[in-house]
Design a protein around this ligand. Structure first.
Ligand code: 5GP
Length: 309
């Protein structure tokens, strides 16, 4: 059982970067003054005993390039479904790679669960099956937050820095989430002037981005992988009188650059973007090194599996 806002999920200890902001008038005022996660103003939910709703009867909330969001079994929850579609260059390039969604679901589950465990608040509740996870419903901040440790991709192109050059320090960039505009890079000035996020929210997003980068850099280093860069998204979680910023969406080889430490082999979506082939093998290698997949496990997960007694 989880209390919404229970502190084992969302860190409310002093020193945590996440903050709880009262939202005046959101749900009346009875709970004002209580701690953020106090049971008085929370609702008991049994996330381990999720009602099964057949896929055909679920209400689809949103369909993106690689994921679909469905209405969840309880208020304030959604089901995030990982598709096999790979797209790049704003959908100009598209391919269905069977098994990619299964791998991303498992890898993202692993990373988000570990972030939850170390007190970085995320939308992840639990994995439901091979392609789906139960998540908390948030209002997505319309920004892609990119953290870079090593020069690659658009940074190398834009500034003429050779790919693979270690950056003097980690760099955080913001891109406005808008497919029609090709997700343009924006500054804090744009973000606050156009009301996409407040200065306080930008501070929270940056603090989360630094914590996620520190954690992921160490985690991947331990399995012989360099975290070159990654993209993350954040959402506003509204609970009773409070709002706070948490990590949302997914973190997977679709949204990270992951290079093998020794060979510099790319183990991420650049294999698709740059026509290198072997995307499924690369994602499987990441999953195996994380200890998610056993040596002989089939990644695709589709079709019946013979269970030997
Ligand atoms: P770049 O700006 O160099 O193209 O990308 C920087 C990092 O952010 C890379 O790890 C890349 O995978 C990720 N990224 C940037 N935009 C997107 C996006 O729209 N979708 C996904 N999945 N990842 C992105």
């Amino acid at each position: 059982m989880y209390w919404i806002g229970q502190s084992d999920r969302f860190d409310s200890r002093p020193g945590s970067c996440s903050v709880s902001v009262p939202v005046p008038g959101l749900h009346g005022s009875s709970a004002v003054g209580l701690p953020f996660w106090h049971p008085e103003h929370t609702k008991l939910m049994d996330f381990n005993n999720t009602r099964y709703i057949p896929m055909s009867r679920r209400r689809r909330i949103y369909e993106g390039k690689a994921k679909v969001l469905y209405e969840g079994p309880e208020p304030g929850t959604l089901i995030q479904h990982f598709k096999d579609d790979a797209t790049a260059f704003n959908k100009q390039k598209h391919q269905v790679i069977e098994g990619k969604g299964v791998l991303n679901n498992r890898i993202s589950e692993y990373l988000f669960q570990h972030l939850n465990d170390i007190g970085v608040p995320t939308h992840f509740i639990r994995r439901l099956n091979m392609r789906e996870q139960l998540i908390r419903e948030v209002e997505i901040v319309p920004l892609e937050v990119v953290v870079r440790n090593v020069a690659a991709g658009s940074l190398s192109q834009r500034l003429g820095i050779e790919e693979g050059t270690q950056l003097p320090r980690s760099i955080i960039e913001f891109y406005y989430k808008n497919d029609q505009l090709n997700d343009p890079m924006v500054s804090e000035e744009h973000i606050t002037a156009f009301g996409w996020a407040t200065p306080q929210e930008i501070d929270d997003v940056m603090a989360l981005a630094i914590r996620v980068n520190d954690f992921l850099t160490g985690l991947f280093l331990g399995i012989g992988i360099r975290l070159v860069d990654f993209k993350m998204e954040c959402g506003r979680l509204f609970e009773n009188e409070m709002m706070r910023i948490i990590v949302a969406d997914e973190i997977s080889p679709d949204s990270c650059r992951l290079w093998d430490i020794k060979s510099n082999e790319k183990l991420d979506k650049d294999r698709f973007r740059r026509d290198l082939g072997g995307l499924l093998e690369a994602y499987t290698e990441v999953a195996k090194r994380l200890g998610i997949l056993m040596e002989n496990e089939r990644p695709a997960g589709s079709g019946p599996v013979l269970v030997k007694s």
